[in-house]
Design a protein around this ligand. Structure first.
Ligand code: ZN
Length: 469
């Protein structure tokens, strides 16, 4: 704890190189498991810093790890670098200007997430070397957070088995501890098979797979009244059977995302969705098969680590955004609704103000609305005591996965927010390495939670990562 100024200085000393790394990753947006160039950039940076690098973790070519230090506790700092489809956008402008038609874009800020996490790991490496004490820090470059559940596969493969504590962050509108709160999720595809026929001449001979998908969706939509209000179900048509209305569609495929607060509730909901699919097949005389694509667990909290991280946020104060940062954030806010901005405040439990960028640290006990997203950090949090930061990098109210978020991925405010949260993460890692009591408290709480509900990997037996999803 007393090391704050020292560890912050080590973050600042290397910040320019990691800001440049983040900007390079922003400029090469790559999707789930295809992050070949981004992963190679991260490996090159780790090697230049003298980390011992392992590639291809859990059989995933783009999953990487760099380790530094000897003996002692092992602290993992988790980064990501995957982008989202169809969200390319010119940087630094407050109007929708896609770069290339339907190209991917960093609309979740994972360019910052990976570079900021590695900046923190580098500072901890340098601190360990200066202290000459036992202890190891690892940077994990984790692919395919956006639906591929890279970390869930990495947990299943045991890549965190000898880790003592894990630290991560996510770009956000506000700075503070991301007190564990996310939904367990399963992604699954339902494929219906019918019989093709001329839709005018012999419609009675056809059996429509598209009809089955439509009926399945209707059935699931009727379920909504009768499911827990904090559960979520979404779907997208992967194959609507072709573009010819005059042919009875013989094949159709729909992807479902089912989310619930915990895995047991998730499995109950998934069973019901499967029954609806079978009902739709029965009604249409088609057949249906389902295949799980990926799954992620809900996040487990860890209060000793959350308190330690919060103390570092308080010591550091909010990021020092300037008038130019606020002016651009106001331009972005002008493209949003007042409801977008108000609900961003409500989600973290702070009162609505005019400030376009974060100027506070969200209190640890703020009563925000439940988070209704999911993250594969969830599975890491079951394997090892885990804490996540929120790092303010963009205008308050910016929707996740939006062109506005891509547009803010290389701004001076984003860079400041990334360096700021890297200081918090590095200082928290130093706390854990320097304070055996903190680590033992974190482990005791984690063990107690697992004693009540042991971890069961949500991936079906033998499921391989969808490397070509
Ligand atoms: Zn994200």
């Amino acid at each position: 704890m007393q090391n704050s100024a020292d560890i912050w200085g080590r973050v600042e000393a290397k910040q320019e190189a990691y800001i440049a790394l983040s900007d390079r990753i922003w400029g090469m947006p790559e999707l789930n498991f295809q992050e070949t160039r981004s992963s190679a950039e991260h490996v090159a940076m780790l090697e230049a810093e003298g980390f011992r690098v392992t590639r291809g973790l859990a059989g995933i070519p783009t999953a990487i790890m760099g380790e530094a230090g000897e003996g002692g506790p092992v602290i993992a700092i988790l980064g990501e670098f995957d982008a989202l489809p169809e969200l390319s956008q010119e940087a630094g402008v407050a109007e929708h200007r896609p770069l290339a038609s339907n190209g991917p874009g960093h609309a979740c800020g994972h360019n910052l997430l990976g570079a900021g996490a590695m900046l923190a790991a580098t500072a901890v490496k340098d601190w360990l070397a200066a202290q000459g004490i036992p202890g190891r820090v690892r940077y994990y470059g984790c692919p395919a957070e956006e639906g591929g559940a890279g970390k869930t596969f990495m947990v299943r493969d045991g890549v965190f088995a000898d880790v003592d504590a894990a630290i991560s962050w996510h770009p956000a509108p506000f700075s503070g501890v991301n007190v564990a709160d996310s939904l367990a999720i399963q992604l699954m595809d339902f494929s219906f098979t019918g019989r093709a026929s001329h839709a005018a001449a012999t419609p009675h001979l056809g059996r429509s797979a598209l009809d089955a998908v439509e009926l399945m969706n209707v059935g699931v939509n009727y379920m909504r009244e009768h499911m827990p209000s904090d559960a979520r179900i979404h779907y997208a048509h992967l194959n609507a059977g072709g573009i010819a209305p005059n042919v009875v569609q013989a094949a159709a495929k729909v992807r479902y995302l089912v989310r619930a607060t915990e895995l047991p509730a998730l499995w109950r909901l998934v069973e019901r969705v499967k029954h609806v699919a079978e009902g739709a097949a029965l009604m249409t005389e088609t057949s249906v098969s389902s295949a799980v694509v990926s799954a992620m667990s809900n996040l487990l909290p860890n209060s000793p680590l959350e308190r330690a991280m919060f103390a570092n946020f308080e010591r550091l104060g909010p990021p020092a955004f300037d008038a130019a940062d606020r002016a651009f954030a106001e331009q972005i806010q002008a493209t949003l609704s007042q409801e977008d901005i108000a609900s961003a405040h409500r989600r973290v439990g702070v009162s609505v103000t005019e400030a376009p960028l974060c100027d506070l640290i969200v209190p640890l006990d703020a009563r925000g609305a439940k988070m209704v997203g999911s993250t594969d950090v969830g599975d890491v949090s079951w394997a090892v005591p885990t804490v996540q930061a929120r790092g303010a990098t963009y205008a308050i109210g910016t929707p996740g996965h939006s062109w506005q978020l891509t547009a803010q991925g290389k701004t001076p405010a984003a860079h400041k927010g990334m360096v700021h949260v890297a200081k918090v993460m590095a200082a928290t890692a130093v706390d854990v390495l320097a304070d055996p009591l903190l680590l033992s408290q974190a482990k005791a709480e984690h063990d107690a939670r697992l004693a009540r509900a042991p971890y069961v990997c949500p991936l079906p037996e033998g499921l391989a990562p969808s490397l070509t999803m």
